[in-house]
Write a new protein. Structure first.
Length: 284
């Protein structure tokens, strides 16, 4: 017995040491991989979108109508309502218009409330790879988190009215300019920076895709109400793709968020008075 005791102790020590090495390696792997997934730096790899659809009533906005359309230097997106009238569409599901990555998910209050921004990369009919941002605003709830990968038709939020500030509706935008973020007053309010959402979607209902992933920039716009960051580097370009790069401040040159606050006040008054403007084009 005494002779075998040192051997047993050595065996036990070796087993414990091997187990401890395994624990240390596993912890190191978590430290290295979890932050990399959660904080992916300036780009996240995303597959090309295979087409786009409306963000309500999937498919094809069934049961919803466009109460207010897009027009340059005026309303920079579309307002969607349920066909039931009133606020019967409160908490109606809001869907991502296409595959992409969430680049903003926050309640910023003022005239915006809960907002989601999704960045999409896709291939145009001429073969060019491009990117756009889609905005979903005034949400009752946000159902997607920053840097989530989403698919077309995936739930990203529910319809609201910015905590009672407006009648319930979805404000929906499609942006060409990847640097706008939530600072619209710093950019020209026209078709150099924005698409008509319905026209954009109808022209790209089905698109070619593949299993290949592309590096999509996710940190190339300033926080709401702050000075625009220097975006002249690689912020709007991914893997040498031909994606338009816009310099911050082109347009109005006014970085004051109060300009947007005044716009929202006027919009609220018009909506309460039933003075919204019909869409400039049908959804179909």
């Amino acid at each position: 017995m005494p002779a075998s005791a040192p051997h047993s102790f050595t065996t036990l020590f070796n087993h414990l040491f091997s187990w401890w090495q395994g624990v240390v390696c596993a912890c190191a792997a978590l430290v290295l991989t979890v932050p990399a997934a959660a904080q992916s730096g300036t780009t996240i790899r995303v597959r090309l979108a295979d087409g786009f659809d409306f963000p309500v009533g999937k498919p094809d906005a069934d049961g919803f109508y466009k109460a207010r359309g897009y027009w340059p230097n005026g309303h920079l997106g579309e307002d969607w309502n349920g066909s039931g009238g009133g606020d019967t569409d409160l908490r109606a599901p809001i869907y991502a218009m296409g595959r992409g990555v969430v680049i903003f998910s926050q309640n910023i209050g003022v005239g915006w409330g809960n907002c989601i921004l999704v960045r999409h990369i896709f291939r145009e009919a001429d073969g060019k790879v491009a990117m756009v941002d889609s905005l979903y605003a005034h949400l009752h709830e946000r159902k997607a988190n920053l840097h989530d990968l989403v698919e077309k038709g995936q739930l990203v939020g529910t319809m609201g009215g910015n905590n009672g500030m407006y009648p319930v509706h979805l404000h929906f935008e499609v942006r060409k300019n990847l640097h706008i973020g939530m600072n619209r007053s710093s950019f020209a309010r026209d078709s150099s920076n924005y698409y008509s959402p319905t026209a954009f979607i109808n022209a790209r209902r089905v698109l070619p895709s593949s299993m290949q992933k592309y590096a999509v920039p996710v940190n190339n716009f300033a926080p709401y109400g702050r000075a625009l960051a220097d975006t002249s580097s690689d912020g709007a370009r991914a893997s040498s793709l031909d994606v338009p790069s816009f310099k911050g401040g082109s347009g109005t040159g006014n970085d004051d968020p109060k300009q947007d606050d005044d716009f929202w006040s006027r919009l609220k008054a018009k909506m309460r008075a039933g003075q919204t403007t019909d869409a400039t084009e049908d959804k179909r």
